[in-house]
Design a protein around this ligand. Structure first.
Ligand code: KG4
Ligand code: ZN
Length: 347
């Protein structure tokens, strides 16, 4: 077992072709090619377009990452790749590419879970987890609260979304406010210019929800409430105060996420909260979580925004953690698993 394995990570689960290189907990390169502009006019990611873009971008992005780190593939100890969850065709490009590279360069390959990688990437910013943590994972497809003992041995889900994921809610509300896809960044920007003037519903936070859905999330009612509010204004012929609606919507999402995450920490007796996934790039979520957790003696760890959204460094970080923990590499016939469960860290 080596303490500081040199790992190249490949991410192709959605619309970003990411290749990162890490040595232990140190980030050496983080190359990204995005097909987001090709999907924007469709209002969401088109799987076939994403797969084709990965195919074109993968080899140049690997070359760019190696160049950035001043390394050749021969220097690398292991290759890690997102095995799932994600878009089947998009995942296949990364998995097949990683296997080909592993065979040609005679390196071990680790198929890893994209969601666990969103949590692992924080080690590149804040070092290894000193103890058990609660992870709040908020991306385009997932909103989950997890208890993490050690990422190499698995995570325990405490709750998750029962309808829309947090990022999905940002994307849908942005669309109805006439903002581009993905909706998180434009809502974040608009909200900074606005004021919280409307109190939108906080899903699954009522006393009656505590028994069955204490750590679960629901954002579809919030999305509908925003749509109804905007429609009512338009019906009355009044202008829609877009920045205020964005700020009010964002406040409702962040309030629910932070309230439940702190509740999970307190219930589990854990004083570290890690927040990961694309929505963790949100400026209000970062500020609110840090401020409210401090009042309870909980330390919040959130990677810098660029590491929150999909990237290759997160895959490399999880791969390096598995190598250092002595985990066995994946068998070369491992599949891309679009529905890979949260509890499976690697395959
Ligand atoms: O983790 P990610 O890059 O991809 C998935 O694994 O899904 O997350 C993408 C999601 C999108 O829904 C996007 O709107 C959201 O993250 N997002 C944000 C922000 N930046 C990205 N949501 C809120 N505020 C942001 N600043
Ligand atoms: Zn993601």
């Amino acid at each position: 077992m080596r303490d500081e394995p040199l790992v190249l990570g490949i991410e192709t689960s959605c619309d970003e072709t990411g290749v990162g290189i890490v040595r232990g907990h140190t980030l050496l390169a983080d190359a990204l090619a995005s097909s987001v502009d090709e999907h924007a006019r469709f209002g969401g990611v088109v799987p076939e377009v994403a797969s084709r873009a990965h195919l074109e971008a993968l080899v140049p992005t690997i070359d760019r990452a190696l160049g950035e780190a001043g390394l050749t593939i021969g220097d690398i100890d292991a290759i890690a790749v997102t095995a799932g969850p994600g878009l089947a065709g998009a995942l296949l490009v990364g998995v097949a590419g990683a296997k080909g590279l592993a065979l040609a360069a005679e390196k071990p390959v680790y198929g890893v879970n994209h969601l666990a990688a969103h949590v692992a990437v924080d080690t590149l910013e804040h070092g290894p987890l000193p103890g058990p943590a609660i992870a709040l994972l908020v991306s385009g497809g997932h909103s989950s609260l997890l208890r993490v003992e050690d990422l190499a041995t698995g995570v325990r889900p405490l709750g998750g979304t029962i309808d829309d994921a947090a990022g999905e809610a940002f994307d849908k509300v942005a669309r109805l406010l006439g903002m581009p896809f993905p909706g998180g960044p434009p809502i974040d920007r608009a909200a900074r210019e606005g004021t919280v003037t409307v109190s939108f519903p906080r899903g699954l936070t009522a006393a009656r929800d505590m028994e069955r859905h204490r750590f679960d999330f629901s954002f579809s009612g919030l999305k509908t409430a925003v749509a109804r509010w905007v429609e009512a204004r338009e019906r009355d012929g009044q202008p829609v105060p877009v920045n205020d609606v964005a700020a009010s919507f964002q406040e409702a999402v962040c309030d629910v996420l932070v309230t439940k995450a702190i509740d999970a920490c307190r219930t589990e007796g854990v004083d570290i909260l890690v927040i990961g996934g694309g929505v963790a790039a949100n400026s209000r979520l970062r500020a609110m979580a840090t401020e409210r957790a401090a009042a309870h003696g909980i330390a919040v760890r959130i990677p810098r925004p660029k590491l929150c959204t999909d990237n290759g460094a997160m895959v490399a970080a999880l791969g390096a953690h598995l190598v250092a923990a002595g985990a066995s590499p994946s068998a070369l016939d491992f599949p891309a698993d679009s529905a890979m469960p949260l509890t499976l860290v690697g395959v």
